[in-house]
Every structure is written in C-alpha cells, then in structure tokens.
Design a protein around this ligand. Structure first.
Ligand code: ZN
Length: 179
C-alpha cells in the first residue's frame, strides 16, 4: 500500500468524467488499498480515485461510526467501504443540508443540500453487486463522492462568489505549503 498525492482545485484533472471499471481484479484492489491508506492519512472520510489522478469510477469511504454508547472521545472502529461503478437508483424528494468539506478543497466547508436518502447499487471490494439504502452522513458522503466521478466538486453547488473564494484560498494554502 502507498500514500498517494491528493490533487487540489483548480487542477483540471478533477473536472474529468471518470470511466466505468471493466472488472474488479487485484490491480483494482491495489488501487483501492492505496486510496484507503491515503484517505486515512489525510485524514478524511471519503475519497474518489480521480482525487489521486486515476479517472475510474471507484470510491473508498469510512464514516468512522462509533458503536452505540461508546466513549465519544474514543477512536472510531475502522469500517472501510469500497464502491466500484456506483449508481443512484432512487433518491428521496426530501433534501437535507450538510456542512461539507473535501480533501481536494482543503480547509473550506460549506452547506450543501442533497437528497436525504438514496438507494445505491455498486460492486464491492470482491466484485459482488450490492444494493442498499443510505441516509444521514452516509447519504451525503456517497453523493459527494459520486459527484467526483462526474467531475463535480461540492463547491460547484455553491454560488460563483463562494466557489471563486474557495479556489483562491486553496491556491494560497498550496503555495504556502510548498514555500
Ligand atoms: Zn470530495
């Protein structure tokens, strides 16, 4: 496994539409392992392959959910999820706001409205088809990550003013980190 560099805005690669995966094989699992390690290191709760420059429809996620009644300060139990060629097969009319962030738009957070519940279909780490319903943070996160597969970032859901401000902030951040 290896930690890979995460691309940040305004890198044009992030605007690319990603290609479906033909089959879930060892090479793809190696990519998913790298993605998970990169995401944990960042740290983040979701990462799309395009964020490390791989234009394929693959997402990893770990919402770090804590078991019921657990010590709120304790580290979450690791629960990695892998999504290959994910599709939304149903979305609720009800919308829910969530303050989103993104590893490709570091240190920027803003509220985005999305369907509160979605039904998704995807292939898992072993290439098995799964269909399930997501709500809460899971619903928000999978929709945010699936946007990446189509070259859409969460700041694209904001006003142009906010989006421009976010990109300027990230550019400055990246410049000062490199200096
Ligand atoms: Zn993101």
């Amino acid at each position: 496994m290896a930690i890979r560099d995460i691309l940040t805005v305004p890198n044009p690669i992030l605007k690319q539409v990603c290609k479906p995966v033909d089959k879930v094989d060892d090479a793809l699992r190696a990519l998913m392992d790298d993605m998970l390690e990169t995401m944990y290191d960042a740290p983040g709760i979701g990462l799309a392959a395009i964020q490390i420059g791989e234009p394929v429809r693959v997402i990893v996620m770990d919402l770090q959910e804590k078991p019921e009644g657990a010590d709120p300060d304790a580290e979450g139990v690791k629960h990695p999820r892998y999504f290959v060629n994910p599709e939304i097969v149903w979305a609720s009319e009800e919308l829910a706001p969530y303050e989103e962030g993104c590893l490709s738009v570091p240190e920027v957070y803003d509220e985005v409205l999305r369907p509160a519940r979605v039904r998704i279909r995807y292939l898992d780490y072993n290439g098995q088809q799964v269909e399930e319903e997501a709500d809460g943070l899971y619903a928000t996160c999978i929709q945010h990550e699936m946007d990446h597969l189509n070259g859409v970032l969460f700041i694209d859901h904001l006003s142009k003013l906010k989006r421009d401000r976010a990109v300027t902030k990230v550019k400055k951040l990246v410049r000062s980190a490199a200096a």
